[in-house]
Design a protein around this ligand. Structure first.
Ligand code: 3Y8
Ligand code: NAP
Length: 248
């Protein structure tokens, strides 16, 4: 009897949850508890950390989890790493639903960097209008370049004072090309900072930057431990032993 644990928090994880319900598979959807009102899921849902690797291993044993699907975001490196270790410890099979990174296409003007500090270093010295589309957890390093006019985008309104003067857009996505073009033009954005999240939910800003001929500082993904990976929901469903009506 299958009892799957979905480590969620992304649009792809929501698509998987819907398919799992359609297949009649017993599963639990897990959020990390990062946002105030995460999207409802059609599955039993838990919110909050497990308590590290040992907490996740205990959860797997206690709840009789038979399959773990890591459908978290490519930058959720700690959760993904904990899942690899906890599944090795408990013997629970693990698969990662991991969307391909965005690839540069003709017309893109990307500066590819490995982390936020390299991002700050890559910004110009002369004042510019900059759109930081990397959420709220990693913005502190930009305080060393206060000469810029920053626009930030968060899922929830900021609870604490920001480390530097900035205008905050509160929106959870997914985003549209027209919406991104309108925002960037209205604010005179000259630079975009993004993480290579992949997927469709947030790629509109990358397409808008290309249309407007704007440079994007693109933060590449953290390295993750080796694990079985799938790029589509239907591959995950096949791994769970179910055929789906979805395309390949
Ligand atoms: C809590 C679940 C859906 C879900 C939407 C996807 C698309 C938009 C890309 C921009 C970039 C960013 C951020 C982003 C993306 C989708 C998807 C995706 C980037 C929700 C969600 C949770 C989170 C957590 C949140 C982080 C933040 C990151 C905003 C739900 C909406 C910037 C990542 O306030 C905070 O602390 C927010 C934290 C982790 C990164 C950060 O460091 O701030 N996501 N995002 C999940 C949980 O609690 O387990 O609230 O419903 C999910 C989505 N985020 O149904 O379409 O990729 O699937 N989310 C980045 O790419 O840098 C937005 O603004 O252009
Ligand atoms: P992270 O840094 O990799 O994880 C930090 C800790 O948060 C984990 O060790 C775990 O705590 C807890 N956690 C994270 N995801 C969880 C989940 N789905 N269920 C239960 N606990 C979880 O994670 P993050 O980057 O902050 O991402 C948190 C959530 O936001 C994830 O669901 C992720 O999919 C979603 N998200 C993140 C991004 C991003 O840019 N990072 C973008 C979109 C969505 P314990 O060690 O206590 O178990």
């Amino acid at each position: 009897m299958t009892r799957a644990l979905i480590l969620g928090g992304t649009a792809d994880a929501s698509l998987l949850a819907a398919e799992i319900v359609r297949a009649g598979i017993e599963a639990v959807y897990s959020y990390g508890g990062r946002t105030r009102a995460p999207a409802d899921q059609p599955l039993q849902t838990r919110i909050g950390g497990f308590g590290g690797v040992s907490g996740l291993a205990d959860y797997i044993r206690r709840e009789g989890v038979t399959h773990v699907i890591d459908a978290t975001h490519p930058f959720a490196a700690e959760m993904s790493s904990n899942a690899v270790t906890a599944c090795a410890e408990t013997g629970a099979p693990l698969i990662a639903l991991e969307r391909a990174p965005w690839a540069k296409v003709t017309g893109d003007s990307w500066i590819e960097v490995h982390d936020v500090n390299a991002t700050v270093a890559a910004l110009p010295e002369s004042p510019a209008k900059i759109f930081l589309a990397i959420g709220r957890q990693h913005i502190a390093p930009f305080a060393i370049k206060p000469q810029h006019t920053y626009t930030l985008r968060f899922v929830d309104p900021p609870e604490a004072p920001l480390p530097f003067a900035a205008d905050v857009i509160v929106s959870r996505g997914p985003f549209t090309l027209d919406g991104e073009l309108e925002m960037m033009r209205a604010r005179g954005i000259a630079w975009i900072v993004a993480r290579n999240s992949g997927g469709d939910g947030a790629r509109a800003k990358i397409d808008a930057a290309r249309t407007l001929g704007l440079p994007v500082i693109m933060i590449s993904r953290p390295r993750l431990p080796e694990r079985l990976r799938a790029e589509s929901v239907s591959e995950v469903m096949q791994w769970l032993g179910h055929r789906t009506c979805l395309g390949a």
